[in-house]
Design a protein around this ligand. Structure first.
Ligand SMILES: Cc1ncc(COP(=O)(O)O)c(C=O)c1O
Length: 458
């Protein structure tokens, strides 16, 4: 076998072009073979198909068809968020333009741990992170770090808080918060978090006030984590009230806007995030309401001096004399070392669509959620949990037991006809739809409800 071509360099584009044709053909053939939002047959059938297609993974001699075979197999066996009936999770269909930009990143392979591995990418990251931080904080010198998603952003937020306030820092969060927050507290060796019950789905300011007033120890340092767009229902905690309480009690505030942060792009919905700028740190995640391929997380930081906690020296990457001579020091912008510029796809998306283009996508999915809620409300055999806040709609077959709800969902998953999520609220199990596909039409929503009804055993 001759030496395989590289993706960049003088031969890169010509080598990639036919391979991209192969990939695009296999994406198409795999999607047609699947025929729906999810492969049929459940885990055993999918595993058997993957094993049969994979064969010997490190054969003695290479297989020139491996690209076609494996891309086809992966596509056939994928849950496709671009299918209108794949609507369970905060799992968005990526924009074509963002995915195309990501290909350039794979070809060029810049690494953001030192300027000499990523000269332009490091400048682009500076520009985009400052622009996104300014979306939250206005024209202050705020900044943002690029992360692998909401989980890493929440971890970093707690790390920065701990480095400012010390290792006895207490996390206070609602029961509606994402599980990555208490997990981050565990990871960072912080005391066990105080969990404020959220029976109405959002963090109640009176309950938070009580929790803050009754914390053990007179001078306990506290970080409150609020949520703008909860994972289960998309609800937004009362941010201005929570911010006011944090000021009164001298607590630091982190807002997890992994889901709701995308509302910033919409003139219609932006006001739902009033109070976001009061947070010391804000989690954003553009692989949710931002239509990016994974990964596209950010942590916005109001006071950039907080970032000094991440400063780190490794002589081969940011020697003092290089930094003094003007080479940007990138190591303090992440806990990772090698780091791909996920910022390119974000920059390309922001510039290609503009504020109105992104805002329109946000408005479309929020509008679809209201349409779905209206269909459910009017349906004789379905119960709606509540009007949607963002694009999440919970419902259940009227009078069904939790077992029936769970079985309905699994039946749809197993025959590959629809991907719905599940969540337990008020002691009952609900089917969850998270609408993130701006191409979904009202007919698709009606078809989804027909499928649920037809697969509910009574
Ligand atoms: C509110 C919230 N925060 C954080 C996360 C974690 O994000 P990621 O899966 O990108 O790590 C999620 C994921 O759904 C989320 O809903």
């Amino acid at each position: 076998m001759s030496t395989p071509p590289l993706a960049s360099g003088p031969e890169g584009p010509d080598a990639l072009r036919p391979l991209l044709d192969t990939v695009l053909d296999a994406l198409d053939s795999g999607r047609r073979a699947r025929g729906g939002p999810l492969p049929a047959g459940g885990p055993d059938a999918v595993a058997a198909r993957v094993r049969a297609a994979t064969g010997d993974l490190l054969p003695p001699h290479g297989d020139p068809d491996a690209l076609r075979t494996l891309v086809h197999t992966l596509t056939e066996g994928s849950a496709d968020p671009a299918h209108p009936l794949c609507a369970a999770h905060l799992h968005c269909p990526p924009l074509a333009v963002a995915t195309a930009a990501d290909l350039a990143v794979s070809a060029l392979n810049p690494s953001l741990d030192s300027w000499d591995q990523a000269p332009a990418a490091s400048e682009l990251e500076t520009l985009v992170t400052r622009a996104l931080a300014a979306e939250i904080y206005g024209p202050t010198p705020a900044d943002a770090l690029v992360t692998t998603g909401g989980t890493e952003s929440n971890q970093l937020a707690l790390l920065l808080a701990r480095e400012t306030h010390g290792a006895t820092l207490r996390l206070v969060h609602g029961a509606n918060a994402h599980h990555s927050l208490p997990r981050a507290a565990w990871l960072l060796g912080l005391p066990a978090p105080v969990v404020v019950p959220t029976p109405t789905g959002t963090l109640d300011p009176a309950a938070l006030d009580d929790a803050l007033a009754t914390l053990p120890g007179p001078r306990t340092a506290v970080v409150v984590a609020a949520t703008a767009g909860t994972t289960d229902t998309g609800r937004i905690d009362p941010l201005p009230d929570i911010a006011a309480l944090c000021r009164t009690h001298g607590a630091r505030l982190h807002i997890d806007a992994a889901y709701g942060g995308g509302l910033l792009f919409s003139d219609r919905h932006r006001s739902a995030l009033t109070g976001l700028d009061a947070a010391h740190t804000v989690t954003l995640d553009l692989h949710k309401l931002g239509w990016q391929p994974v990964a596209a997380g950010l942590l916005a930081v109001r006071d950039t001096t907080d970032l000094t906690a991440l400063r780190h020296r490794a002589d081969y990457l940011n020697a003092d004399d290089d930094t003094e001579a003007g080479l940007p020091d990138l190591l303090g912008r992440s806990l990772r070392t090698t780091r791909r510029p996920d910022i390119l796809k974000i920059a390309v998306t922001l510039k290609t669509l503009g504020r109105d283009g992104l805002g329109t996508l946000v408005d479309q999915v929020c509008h679809r959620a209201h349409e779905l809620a209206a269909l459910i409300r009017a349906h004789p055999h379905l119960e709606l949990h509540a009007p949607p806040t963002i694009s999440t709609v919970l419902f259940r077959p009227t009078g069904a037991t939790d077992t029936t709800v769970a079985e309905t969902r699994r039946r749809l998953l197993t025959d590959g006809s629809a991907v719905l999520g599940r969540t337990r609220i008020d002691g009952r199990l609900w089917l969850k739809t998270t609408l993130l596909n701006p191409h979904t039409r009202p007919d698709d929503l009606a078809a989804l409800l027909t499928l649920v009804e037809g697969n509910t055993s009574r």
